[in-house]
Design a protein around this ligand. Structure first.
Ligand code: SF4
Length: 232
């Protein structure tokens, strides 16, 4: 870990009132979590899905695309191709047409169908609940696997690091890393495992609503007093 501030220590935790934006990341993290939980009690995965396969497909579709847009196409896709076998055997042109509006549709269709074929051939058509198995599916990297494990299986294997989590973790001084794998490792060290799934939801909610890429609303931010990047 490159940020010495983010190393948890055994000192007694400071009271929330004593925390500042310059406090060590490990000391700030519980209060950041508490305040974001209070602000976003309904924070959750915003992709619509029914079961692990639908979430896997929706997550593949969400690359470079809004969840709202993905939610517009998945009902049609899942009605037409309701299981892994149907997706594996589908005419790729038909899949591409349905998912066209999510962008990168050729690549996404290929990834979805490669994953579906492997699910049929190796896993009896079911999505496996293991990180190592998920990573063998076409087009599934650690972020997608974490989304599926955390939200469809309730398994906290890691922290989802998307563009919002990456941006907020940096602004909040929770990491100095820039690659998703290293950012994830730092966040996993700072937050208790029971919070790993919620942490990414909370940061994504906050990133979408307050701490946007272009114009963060620091005066309206409930964790501004704990943020070294606050502009007030
Ligand atoms: S204070 Fe500003 S930069 Fe920091 S988390 Fe809040 S909105 Fe983002």
């Amino acid at each position: 870990m490159s940020d010495p501030n983010s190393v948890p220590n055994s000192d007694p935790a400071p009271s929330p009132a004593a925390l500042t934006a310059q406090s060590p990341a490990a000391a700030r993290m519980p209060e950041i979590l508490r305040l974001l939980h209070a602000e976003y009690p309904d924070a959750r995965c915003e992709l619509d899905f029914d079961g692990p396969l639908q979430l896997l497909v929706a997550t593949i579709l969400s690359a470079q695309c809004t969840d709202e847009r993905v939610n517009q196409v998945t009902p049609t896709l899942f009605a037409r191709f309701p299981d892994a076998r149907a997706l594996a055997e589908a005419d790729s042109a038909e899949v591409e047409e349905i998912i066209y509006s999510t962008g990168f549709y050729r690549n996404k269709a290929k990834n979805i169908q490669n994953a579906a074929r492997r699910l049929v051939e190796v896993y009896g058509g079911e999505v496996p609940a293991e990180m190592d198995d998920l990573l063998t599916l076409g087009g599934v990297a650690r972020k997608t696997a974490n989304v599926v494990l955390g939200n469809a299986f309730g398994i906290a294997e890691g922290v989802v690091v998307d563009t919002h989590v990456k941006r907020l973790a940096g602004r909040l001084g929770l990491t100095t890393e820039t690659t998703p794998e290293k950012i994830e490792r730092d966040l996993m060290a700072l937050a208790p495992r029971a919070e790993w799934v919620a942490l990414s939801h909370l940061l994504i909610f906050h990133g979408r609503r307050v701490c946007s890429a272009r114009k963060p609303n620091c005066p309206g931010c409930v964790i501004s007093h704990l943020c070294p990047s606050a502009v007030l």
